[in-house]
Design a protein around this ligand. Sequence first.
Ligand SMILES: Cc1cc2nc3c(=O)[nH]c(=O)nc-3n(C[C@H](O)[C@H](O)[C@H](O)COP(=O)(O)OP(=O)(O)OC[C@H]3O[C@@H](n4cnc5c(N)ncnc54)[C@H](O)[C@@H]3O)c2cc1C
Length: 436
Amino acid sequence: MSPVKDKVLIIGGGVTGLSVAGFLADRFDCLLLEKEDELGGYCRTIYQDGFTWDYSGHFFHFREKWVADYLEARMNAEDIVTSKKRTRVYFRDTYIDYPFQFNIHQLPQPDLLRCLADMHEAQRQDTGRYRNFREMLVARYGASIAELFLIPYTEKQYATSAERLDPAAMGRFFPHVEFSKLLEVLTGRATQPTYNDTFRYHRRGAKGFVDALASYVPSGVIHLGVECGGIDLGEQTVRAGGETLRYDRLVSSVPLPRLLRLCGITFDESVFTANKVLVFNLGFDRPSPRSDHWVYYPDPEQVFYRVGHYDNILGQDRMSLYVEIALPSGAPMKLDALFERTIADLRRCGVIVDHELVSWASVLMDPAYVHVSEASQEAAAKAIESLARRNVFVLGRYGTWAYCSIEDNILSAFNLAQDWGAAGAAAPVLAAAAAG
Ligand SMILES: Cc1cc2nc3c(=O)[nH]c(=O)nc-3n(C[C@H](O)[C@H](O)[C@H](O)COP(=O)(O)OP(=O)(O)OC[C@H]3O[C@@H](n4cnc5c(N)ncnc54)[C@H](O)[C@@H]3O)c2cc1C
């Protein structure tokens, strides 16, 4: 007789929950509850009038080859597009290459000289101790680079002051650059360090990757349209779909403050703040006038902070854009006014020329960028630890209230599975990778 398996209840069918279900399902009795009628969470895709739009531009960067192999084993090779990033900053009515700090030679000479002098002086005096993200930017890059791009862009994207964020709010996604290295790059003696230089995309959008993750989950595990409405930590039960479900272990990728509310745990709500991102997906009748994959807009003159061109990634002949607008989480939102402003600003920047808009859809991501601060990290760590002692395990970007990538979510699910003695569907891929 096989031993009775632990019941694992997984709340959330985004990339994190699906990864957990795929890695655990052979060793545990798993059930995954997703409140929406569709899998994918923030990695869902909209198909409309021949356009393919993600909830927002979602690109896959893999540092671990086995993760790419694991996903791509369940995809058709011809559906995967690998691109070298073409990204720019729209700056004073022109474009300069991204990252800004490595392309300051494209600025007018007085700006370039100020950027160099400030960065040199800043790094000479840098103590390595900063109270917040803003202080870190000024200390490492100097006032000019910080004020021309890094601070305005961060504040626009996060819809908050850069002083509200921890110096390490973006972790490894914000690498440090030595002044001497910058000089070597600018004078052509070294190549620019690469950072997520290439990315992968699926011809059917992020859903292509979500479908691959879901294909590893045995049938009967996933239940769509079932919302977890409350968790009883003492009884180890969940209220969902009019039933009470028992669990031995619960894994959640629900945003941490929501999970705490579901568990009836009181906490300081002011610690967990985030912005919300409104995305306009726009389809036009003719090709893009530009070849960029995406462009950063630091200037408050434009309502959006980033605009991406799906058509330039997928080689399509109709311009297909995602336009991201960041707002404070509780701010009122007038969709019509924001839409009109978006179209007007795209025209002013020369993105829309003689194009006719033929299709569009909007999506709201709330929370989108969480405000990682010292207080939020401390409160999250404490809550996660205490939940784990009560058999509730928290994963994912919003589950842990952090800044991380899709690959990080998959890896955190894998690490949990390994801690629990499972590798599930990843085992053959790992074995092949180990065999070389
Ligand atoms: C604007 C933007 C752009 C991004 N671009 C990239 C990118 O290019 N590359 C990258 O690697 N990452 C990117 N990310 C990050 C990426 O979106 C996340 O890391 C990832 O989608 C998180 O997946 P998840 O499964 O942890 O969470 P989610 O996708 O939020 O999934 C959680 C799931 O839980 C469900 N749920 C919530 N409450 C309940 C409940 N009570 N009961 C049942 N189900 C519930 C939700 O419906 C959802 O499906 C981006 C994020 C944003 C905001």
